[in-house]
Design a protein around this ligand. Structure first.
Ligand code: DGT
Ligand code: CA
Ligand code: ZN
Length: 579
């Protein structure tokens, strides 16, 4: 959606304004407009001028800028502003712990104009003298941040690449000539980060298709153009490879290019032992080179007498053995998800009313949500006091009375405070339907301390679930030093659910943790943590991580019907949530 592109430009304008020391109200206005654009459920392309003005935070000036972007693909004011800041400055702003204001100080005092300057200054301990309250520890953190940003340049978060990849496939399908076309590689396996975009297709006129591909509007550079393979660089610097193959080879090529490499090696070895050869062109009998399949991907598994193995499992992490012994999991599907147990509204830092959130969830096919706004200590999110929590309870009860076909559970996303205590006392928690505990502060505590915080929360009989248990944000923040072995052990012991947070930059727990959680019988939940209704669209990412973790429907709390969910009990408590 272009909403996202425009939102990014607005926040970049805000950053530049802040770097230049412009008017704080103007900066806030841009940030607010950006946030509201992200939260919009329809594409801005479809909105009339009048409807644009109805978006909160969008006045005449911003509406004109949006229209300018839709018409020309850029915003002149933004282009001008970019010339006013040194090249490389904007790149600096993505480093955690370094906002526009600090970047400005470093520029003024040390002449830092880009990431390489910054790295040198931090290594030479010159930052501390330039920025107030900056010490050796901060310099270390900046260096870590630089490393993460540099690493992030090589692999891209799936959530940033997949929408782009889908739009490329859509374009090719429309402009053709194309018969069959699909994404392959790590994207098709839903790996959390990907190096590039791999596409496989068949076409009656491969050269014509390649000509369309290399001149798509997203393409910024053509690396290679041939009748069977072309490679281009698209916006954001991502490489895209398109392979056009013969019809009889499509399935074999798709399997080959989906990978993983190690999975394919296993299959090929098995094939050779049976006198067969599997490659990207097809499946052949070795003795006479006779083709025995390859048009369909299923052929590859069929000739080896294996059941079809879902792309998400193809990591050579036991899936071939499981397929051989009939022990493949019956993976959870998106349509199995019946509710979302982690959702925010404007009672705290969400953007929409309870009604709007519930309506959007229902439209996505869900039959219940837990409204889990933040708790009182998290002031930046306007966390709820006990008093407001009780007011919210009334609103939810009234809503449920009027909407018998959907259910809003009353929950909280309660902060686990730095000293390990919980933000609400048990008398309050026992009144709620669903209690999430999670960490939003003191991320840098040593392992023992931060693990003990989460452990204390799990031991509390009223805490149903730990949200985003490791705290990592891809490309922004590493996981806390938390001891996951201990967390998983205690979750199993207490019956506390663990979340797979579907927000594409979180995906927390990740696939490996999810798989261990399944082995330990820990109840899991796949939630969007929606702050705006468009976030419900992130659910497929969470389901994909669950599938990569071998989860079945039975492992996932929000695949239960509402009565089943409410009937569940936590091991160390009389109830999981209140019936
Ligand atoms: P990444 O790093 O996120 O791009 O991960 P993949 O798995 O997409 O890796 P990529 O793009 O290098 O290659 C796509 C697929 O092509 C890979 O999953 C398996 C296949 N492939 C690539 N290189 C080789 C190779 O040297 N040998 C074999 N057997 N297969 C390969
Ligand atoms: Ca790839
Ligand atoms: Zn949340």
């Amino acid at each position: 959606m272009r909403n996202h592109e425009i939102a990014r430009i607005f926040s970049e304008i805000a950053d530049i304004h802040e770097f230049r020391g412009y008017d704080i109200f103007r900066i806030r206005a841009y940030r607010r407009a950006a946030l509201n654009l992200e939260g919009l459920s329809q594409p801005v392309d479809n909105l009339s001028h009048k409807e644009l003005l109805e978006i909160p935070g969008i006045g005449k000036d911003f509406a004109a800028k949006i229209e300018e972007y839709l018409a020309t693909g850029k915003i002149e004011a933004h282009e001008k502003l970019k010339e006013e800041v040194p090249l490389g400055m904007l790149e600096l702003l993505v480093i955690p712990g370094l906002g526009p204001a600090k970047a400005r100080l470093l520029y003024d005092k040390l002449g830092v104009k880009g990431i390489d300057d910054l790295e040198r200054a931090a290594t030479e301990h010159r930052l501390a003298g330039a920025v107030p309250k900056f010490g050796e520890k901060s310099e270390e953190n900046i260096l870590k941040g630089i490393e993460m940003v540099k690493r992030g340049r090589e692999r891209f978060p799936l959530g940033r690449v997949l929408p782009l990849a889908n739009s490329l496939v859509e374009n090719l399908r429309k402009q053709g000539p194309v018969e069959r076309i699909e994404l392959a590689g790590s994207i098709r396996r839903w790996k959390e980060t990907v190096k590039d975009i791999d596409i496989v297709a068949t076409s009656p006129d491969p050269l014509a298709l390649m000509a369309v591909f290399t001149s798509l509007p997203q393409v910024t550079r053509v690396l290679l153009k041939g009748p069977t393979k072309s490679s281009v660089i698209v916006t954001e610097g991502i490489q895209v490879d398109l392979r056009v193959v013969e019809r009889e080879s499509y399935g074999a090529a798709l399997a080959y290019l989906t990978g993983s490499k190690n999975h394919n090696v296993r299959l090929r070895d098995m094939a050779v032992r049976q006198g067969l050869k599997i490659n990207e062109y097809g499946i052949f009998r070795i003795e006479d080179d006779q083709r025995i399949g390859g048009a369909e991907e299923e052929d590859v598994y069929r000739v080896l007498d294996l059941p079809f193995i879902a792309p998400e499992l193809r990591e050579d992490s036991g899936e071939v053995e499981a397929a051989l012994s009939g022990a493949l999991p019956r993976l959870i599907n998106l349509k199995d998800i019946r509710g979302d147990l982690h959702v925010h509204s404007r009672w705290s830092d969400g953007m929409h009313s309870l009604e709007k959130v519930a309506a959007a969830a229902k439209k996505r096919g869900l039959s219940y949500i837990a409204l889990t706004d933040h708790s009182r200590s998290l002031a930046v999110t306007r966390g709820l006091t006990v008093e407001r929590l009780m007011e919210q309870r009334e609103e939810i009860a009234a809503f449920n009375r009027e909407n018998p076909d959907f259910r809003v559970l009353h929950g909280t996303e309660m902060d686990i405070l730095p000293d390990g205590s919980l933000d609400f006392p048990d008398e309050v928690l026992r009144e709620l339907d669903f209690v999430i505990a999670s960490i939003h502060s003191a991320f840098k505590q040593p392992q023992e301390q931060i693990t003990a915080r989460v452990a204390a929360a799990m031991r509390n009989p009223w805490v149903t679930m730990i949200a985003h248990p490791t705290g990592r944000v891809l490309g922004e923040r590493e996981a806390y030093e938390i001891d996951m072995d201990e967390v998983l052990r205690l979750a199993a012991e207490t019956g506390t659910a663990l979340e797979i947070n579907a927000y594409p930059l979180r995906l927390d727990l990740n696939d490996r943790h999810a798989r261990r959680a399944r082995e330990l019988g820990i109840p899991m939940a796949i939630n969007t943590d929606a702050h705006v209704v468009s976030n419900f669209e992130f659910l497929p990412y969470g389901v994909a991580i669950a599938r990569r973790g071998w989860l079945e429907k039975g492992n996932v709390l929000n695949a239960l019907s509402l009565p089943e969910l409410l009937g569940r009990k936590k091991k160390n408590s009389g109830k999981l949530s209140k019936p």
